[in-house]
Design a protein around this ligand. Structure first.
Ligand code: NA7
Length: 540
């Protein structure tokens, strides 16, 4: 054990770190099953990623009602999403509505940053310390810290010297930023950056978009949800829940039914037009069956999108710079946009390709590129996250014999079902690495339910210590690492955006049905992949 782990607070059954979509669900489920629970949250409110990402036009690209919780029919009937893809303020209101409706807030401590979590072998408990100096004791720790919670700032020289305002999309201030008449630089054109561009283009004096790699952006096709659709959604709760609980992608989208080779070129172009006009991720999930396995059809779709970009952007040179050249559709996480390409036709918006003129340094007054200094009042860093393992590796987690999680995962995460890791008993991380594929809350809730089922099993048989069998962990980790991936190794789904980070699979490329199958199998086999023991036995 880490012998120094001592705490004075009352022992809770389950201590959850993070009050985002996964943490809230974990709190709800744990309380429902009669466990005592405490949640520690660094923010001053609930929502996790949707609390921190309050930049202009931060918005779902999963259909709103497919992202929300499915554990209560009453909640489903009471809450009405106003848009197919809700914006951040409404999303934050939803999470607040949920915690108030189910009286969850009383178990959440806000403004508390966890600085360490240490396992104490003789008692089989965890001691969790916070920045404020408090110590909490828990039988089980669930780190619901999310995959997109540690903002990444590139190591650009001079960032601290800039005298204007600077913001990262993942740490956006609560007080609205006033862009009126300001010269703004936006660095990064992933899902976040491309949402901001059209949102502020009319307010600024100038907006300079500094793009390193263009992505294949397609229309979000958002819109209000009509009263009739609201009524249909309410009437069909059970069917929708069943579909979402079994869908490989966690969406309601109908599965594709045709191979590209069944259609003529004209039919394919007509189909691509239908895709272009379809909502969000359905361009990927309802495209041709062979869309992601047959590069020819993917290439054809990309040419179709490139032509759309050329049609939307007036300046041909800018249009060409916005067309990806190094990957096909879904080689990287595709962003969805509303008015993004059109924004480049406004006199206020300039596009700069960092491939042609890289950043040299940030100065007191602006950003120096290889072709000279550009002066700005505001710099927006839309430069992404330390995905998957970023938060877990920074929690100060210490398992058996003081083993550091970040050391254990130095070569990439090693997990069983993306939920547990060997050497860290009674420690769970649903919604973390090796679990993700598709709509986040859907696979994360499979994992949350699994955590609860394991805890209930241990309670039923009077076990105190739950640890994954290293052989089961190795098997799952090898499978995940050995499975072919839709996404390129150069994408952040492999950690490639963070200098020095091990380039390893951070998603679950085996798919949600496989995760669900293994979870169900474990329940049937009374958790054969876990080593369950009593404290005295563990100590012996
Ligand atoms: P992303 O998708 O990781 O995008 C980050 C962007 O920042 C991307 O365009 C990067 O270019 C760019 N970037 C990163 N480092 C640099 C440097 N050093 N110089 C210039 N540009 C840089 O993060 P988002 O916040 O947009 O989206 C994250 C997720 O949120 C998204 O997937 C959704 O799930 C919601 P690069 O591609 O590395 O060349």
């Amino acid at each position: 054990m880490s012998g120094s782990a001592k705490a004075t607070g009352a022992l809770v059954d389950v201590l959850v770190i993070g009050a985002g979509v996964t943490g809230i669900q974990q709190l709800y489920r744990a309380r429902e099953e009669g466990f005592s629970v405490k949640v520690l949250e660094a923010g001053t409110g609930v929502g996790g990623t949707w609390y921190w990402n309050r930049y202009p036009e931060a918005r779902f690209d999963s259909e709103s009602y497919t992202y929300g919780f499915l554990f209560s029919k009453e909640l489903w009937e009471e809450w009405e999403w106003s848009e197919l893809f809700a914006g951040q303020p409404e999303i934050e209101r939803y999470f607040n509505f949920v915690v108030d409706k189910f009286d969850l807030r009383r178990d959440i401590e806000f403004g508390v940053t966890v600085t360490s979590a240490s396992f104490d072998e003789p008692t089989g408990t965890w001691t969790v310390r916070t920045g404020g100096g408090a110590e909490h004791r828990a039988r089980y720790v669930v780190a619901a810290t999310g995959v997109l919670s540690v903002p990444y700032y590139p190591a650009v020289e001079g960032r601290e010297n800039f005298r204007g305002e600077q913001y990262h999309t993942g740490r956006w201030p609560k007080t609205p930023v006033d862009f009126t008449g300001k010269r703004v630089a936006l660095i990064g054109t992933g899902s976040s950056g491309v949402q901001i561009v059209p949102a502020i283009a009319d307010d600024v004096a100038s907006l300079t978009v500094l793009q390193r790699t263009p992505d294949w952006c397609t229309p979000l096709n958002n819109g209000p949800i009509s009263p009739q659709e609201q009524a249909e959604l309410k009437a069909e709760f059970e069917t929708i829940r069943e579909t979402l609980n079994t869908s490989p992608s966690g969406f309601l989208h109908e599965l594709p039914s045709r191979f590209s080779t069944e259609d003529s070129k004209e039919q394919r172009l007509a189909f691509f037009e239908k895709m272009w006009n379809s909502p969000g991720f359905s361009k990927l999930t309802t495209n041709y069956i062979d869309f992601t396995t047959n590069p020819e059809v993917n290439k054809e779709f990309c040419e179709f999108v490139a032509d759309k970009i050329r049609g939307l952007v007036t300046d041909p040179a800018t249009a060409e710079k916005l067309i990806p050249k190094n990957h096909l559709y879904a080689g990287r996480r595709p962003p969805f946009v509303t008015g993004y390409y059109e924004a480049y036709n406004k006199p206020t918006v300039q596009h700069v390709s960092l491939e042609q003129t890289p950043i040299v340094r940030v100065t007191e007054t602006g950003i120096e590129l290889t072709d000279g200094l550009r002066e700005f009042d505001i710099i927006i860093w839309a430069t992404g996250y330390d995905f998957g393992t970023g938060a877990l590796n920074r929690l100060g987690v210490r398992g058996r014999d003081g083993l550091a999680l970040e050391a254990s995962w130095a070569d990439g995460p090693s997990t069983y079902l993306g939920i547990v890791t060997a050497g860290f008993p009674n420690f769970f991380f649903p919604g973390g690495p090796h679990g993700a594929l598709g709509n986040n809350p859907r696979y994360a809730s499979d994992q949350v339910d699994c955590v609860i089922d394991v805890l209930e099993h241990a309670r039923e048989y009077d076990y105190d210590v739950i640890e994954v069998d290293p052989a089961a962990e190795k098997d799952w980790t090898d499978t995940v690492n050995g499975s072919g991936s839709l996404f390129l190794e150069s994408s952040y789904f492999f950690g490639s955006n963070i200098p020095g980070k091990a380039v390893k699979q951070l998603l679950n490329p085996t798919g949600r049905p496989n995760l669900q199958r293994l979870i169900a199998e474990q329940a049937e086999q009374k958790y054969s992949a876990f080593i369950l023991s009593k404290v005295e036995e563990a100590a012996a």
